[in-house]
Unconditional design. Sequence first.
Lengths: 235, 473
Amino acid sequence: MAARTFTINDQLISAREGETILQAAREHGIFIPTLCYLDGVSPVGACRLCLVEIEGSRVLRPACVTPVVEEMVVRTNTERLREYRRMIIELLFAERNHICAVCVANGHCELQDLAIAVGMDHVRFDYAFPRCDVDISHPLFGIDHNRCVLCTRCVRVCDEVEGVHTWDVAGRGADARVITDMRQPWGESRTCTSCGKCVLACPTGAIFRRGATVGEMERDRNKIAYIVAAREQRW
Amino acid sequence: MNRQILIDPVTRIEGHAKISIHLDDNGEVQEARFHVTEFRGFERFCEGRPFWEMPGITARICGICPVSHLLASAKAGDALLAVTIPPAAEKLRRLMNLGQIVQSHALSFFHLSAPDLLLGFDSDPAQRNVFGLMAADPTLARAGIRLRQFGQDIIAMLGGSKIHPAWAVPGGVRSAPTAAQRAEIAQRLPEARATVLDALRRFKALLDTHHDEVATFGNFPSLFLGLVGPHGEWEHYDGRLRVVDSGGAIVVDQVEPSRYRDIIAEAVEPWSYLKMPYYRARGYPAGMYRVGPLARLNICTRIGTLLADAELGEMRQRAGGIATSSFYYHYARLVEILAALERISLLLDDPDLDSPRLRAEAGVNQFEGIGVSEAPRGTLFHHYTVDAHGLIQSVNLIIATGHNNLAMNRTIAQIARHYVKGDRISEGALNRVEAGIRAYDPCLSCSTHAAGTMPLVVTLVAADGTVLDEVRR
């Protein structure tokens, strides 16, 4: 496999052909924020937090799905990117009802961590305060749409790793919701195997263990990558 | 011409309120009203949440007594799970509630009311605050602040934070303190005890010189309500309801808290966001009752610890039996701090606390759950209904300050009649009206599940509605 040489933030980087900018950056300890990206499932480039600047390109590119190219010049931390990232996080907070203080994921939440990382001290947009349902009809798990950021990690892990595709997305725009089966209550889903991979994959407190109280939703998201690696015998 | 005096906002209380004093044609006080002007809506926005989250959410009602809501909510959750929680969990919850009683009563006495009591009701209002107290008696002020810190540290030891610990959960508690942490708390007990005994000594001396205040600060017959143990002993976390009248007769006893609606009804007045609960059998407003430290000491047969029982005996002797003056709330608060310290001392040595079993696991087994505990300010009810999966369908919260609403109104009317003369409000009179409210240590954020900084305004209003005088802090 051919090597590709390029720079990220003026640092000379060597990566394998076909690797993405995000993979190459992580291998070299360069931080690029992500939210919808999850090791072990295919990237979708949906959240736009990993946007980077590439010299010669008029548009910003999502690092998670952009392959490295010989001699490309990548910038990951410009003023423009920082402003966009903060704006993306603020919009996510404004879109649904995220109340960290009483959330089951408080202290263990990727959205909360990102808000801190991008320096979000307040939200400049009006909150939408949508009415969202909570579904705890499943005997083990629950989904609170107030806390969902539509990253679709649950959809992908269910489809690609568990091979079930219980989860999907219904509706468009502000009305979009992750759903189980054909929008039945989760507890009535005939396909769900109760494997819990969606619980592991969820970056926020949206999908949780029933009975969890404030701050109790700690999870090891690396397990998804272990499962995939073990199955592909790439240890 | 009828006139009205407005005190808006009321100062050195927890929350926002105003007082209006209505005068008749002769300038005599006709009526006084305590208006709670906050509105918050917890009962509404909790609907639809999983009940496991309720202790964490309802603790946010208040930054001073989050533990009270945490415990009442967790107990309502226990009822929904239909479990008896492990013994260690119950003892740890009790320990946290005792820490809460110490810190909250210390705040009320030393930070909020001591400036009136020790500097004088007529002293310079610029100095009549906790900073003035620090200047006048730094040793006492420091001891009071450290006493509150002691209570807060117990809460932090158990829950991980002083304010809003999400520690008590339906079915039990999340963690237990180590033996080393308990020992660290235990070695601070003697200092705390010395502080409260000194405060008791000073307060008793005040009783001998403040006959007017004792006679007029809410001194009237009323019922008293609270939790007691199976033999009528002082209770703060569990137990059953008892109502006692001002003659000391037990009106009703050992009522299961889940049947609170059989004995308590609530009225609403258009001029306040705070509901007016009353004893159902006596009707509104004759069924006025008081809760909180004074009520707990009036209804119990004994406290159950040595020093506190001795102090209770002396208090009853001074009051001539049941204490009917709300000025005695301060006294009762100090006796309760002492009782709490003695019980903390016993609990810290309890071997049950080493048990690893802290949390009962269960699903939704009941669709209705009622949790009750004694908050520092009085009996607190959390009443939830849930659907088959455990989503909250309805929430009713009855808060200590709410129980005292009728009595607080009566208290300020009594004080105003005694101290307010003519169409101007003297500074000392204004302060006494406020202090009458302070005696109850009301928490208005809690009681309306309501928001705000907390000041007091008194307005003097004429019969035709014209505001004649207004004093604002």
